[in-house]
Design a protein around this ligand. Structure first.
Ligand SMILES: *Cc1c(COP(=O)(O)O)cnc(C)c1O
Length: 395
């Protein structure tokens, strides 16, 4: 038996997504820029997908630009907003310390190009204080970028309130909504968002396709120059099968949000309750303001990597930190940002449930984690010192 509990890293493609894609990898293979009927059928499929995607997030189809995924959408959004700002002499960017690396690494580059970036701290619960953002807004600010929901600890940010303040001051507000779209209700109009990034493989669509929402009137700069695809803003022959499939996946995910939220919230809380019984452990992120699928814990005295390998042996796929940082020795920047000390941050476990998860699976995960944590602590020198009183328990 395998239990896939790493849905924040990627998801399995849905049946609807696979079926929607099939005709476009077989018969309808034309280039959407071609004028004959094979091309025009492909073109039509893209425009239908654009309409579906727009409808799913409360946007007009003209405001949707397909990209190669969430990272590209983040890169293009950030650079567009700040290059536009610079023209008007605005060079200040406001963000927070728990963004995805697609945002953080782009901002590091922009700092080298002369932009000033303010990294606001988050609370111990992993939530950005909207008033902190509002207090930083000034006439020099060209961009605020705050993620909708965090990919590691699942915390949902006060997007609506931040968006409202930015809108009032006419400052571009971008949100990396890769973990939110298709999982919790997202509406760009109600949320006062100017730019929003999403990625299909996080909502049961294919990898290598995503989209950027850009509100009408907000200028977009190109990352990729070439043909006139995506209304001249993103060159390159479109990923037709991927785009069509992404739209089908999103439509299904959005229509199932209420049903899935109820089910997942119940399973998530059961998992949290079970893992909380492990001594010297702590939940990372807010108990309530978090994605319905996300559970993230720290266990004192163990290494996250060993935990993952032993869980894998027991048939459980999980993660420690984000998929992008595992393999590196640095502990997660998100866990450090919520105040976990280095040693504790190393012993973290992220479990992100899929919509098909069951109570039996959750109970199996709890018993497997309990067993593996106590096994690893059995020969951990760090744990021995803690128990002997030579060092202090932090959790
Ligand atoms: C996965 C993820 C990304 C990157 O998306 P890709 O489509 O894999 O490039 C960006 N931001 C967040 C929050 C993510 O979870």
């Amino acid at each position: 038996m395998r239990i896939y509990a790493d849905n924040a890293a990627t998801t399995k493609m849905s049946k609807a997504a696979i079926e929607a894609m099939m005709p476009y990898i077989t018969d309808i293979f034309g280039n959407p820029s071609s004028l004959y009927s094979e091309g025009q059928r492909a073109k039509e499929a893209i425009e239908n997908a654009r309409e579906t995607v727009g409808r799913c997030i409360g946007a007009s189809p003209k405001e949707i630009y397909f990209t190669s995924g969430g990272s590209e959408a983040d890169n293009q959004a950030l650079r567009s907003a700040v290059y536009e700002g610079k023209i008007k002499g605005k060079t200040k960017i406001i963000t927070d310390t728990i963004e995805h690396h697609a945002v953080l690494h782009t901002l590091k580059k922009l700092e080298k190009e002369g932009f000033e970036v303010v990294y606001l701290p988050v609370g111990k619960n992993g939530i950005v204080n909207a008033d902190d953002v509002i207090n930083e807004l000034d006439d020099k600010t060209c961009l605020v970028t705050v993620m909708y929901a965090n990919n590691e600890i699942g915390t949902v940010q006060p997007i609506r309130k931040i968006g409202e303040a930015c809108r009032r001051r006419n400052i571009v507000f971008h949100t990396d909504a890769v973990q939110a779209v298709g999982h919790i209700p997202v509406n760009v109009t109600a949320d006062n968002v100017d730019m929003l990034s999403a990625s299909a493989h996080k909502f049961h669509g294919p990898k290598g396709v995503g989209f950027l929402y850009v509100r009408k009137g907000v200028r977009l700069h190109n990352l990729i120059e070439g043909g006139a695809q995506e209304r001249g803003k993103r060159a390159g022959t479109e990923n037709v099968p991927g785009i069509v499939s992404a739209a089908a996946a999103l439509e299904e995910a959005v229509s199932d949000i209420d049903k899935n939220t109820e089910k997942l919230t119940h399973l998530r809380d059961r998992l949290i309750k079970g893992l909380s019984e492990i001594p010297h452990s702590a939940l990372n992120g807010d108990l309530k303001e978090r994605l319905p699928s996300n559970v993230n814990f720290c266990f004192e005295g163990i290494e996250g990597e060993s935990l993952l390998l032993l869980l894998d042996d027991k048939g459980i796929s999980a993660s420690s930190g984000s998929a992008c940082t595992s393999g590196s020795l640095d502990p997660s920047h998100v866990l450090l940002a919520i105040g976990r000390p280095h040693d504790v941050a190393h012993g973290s476990l992220r479990l992100t449930l899929g919509e098909n998860a069951t109570e039996e699976e959750v109970d199996y995960i709890v018993s497997a984690v309990k067993e593996v944590v106590s096994y690893l602590r059995g020969f951990s020198p760090v744990w021995r010192d803690l128990c002997a009183g030579k060092s202090k328990f932090l959790l």
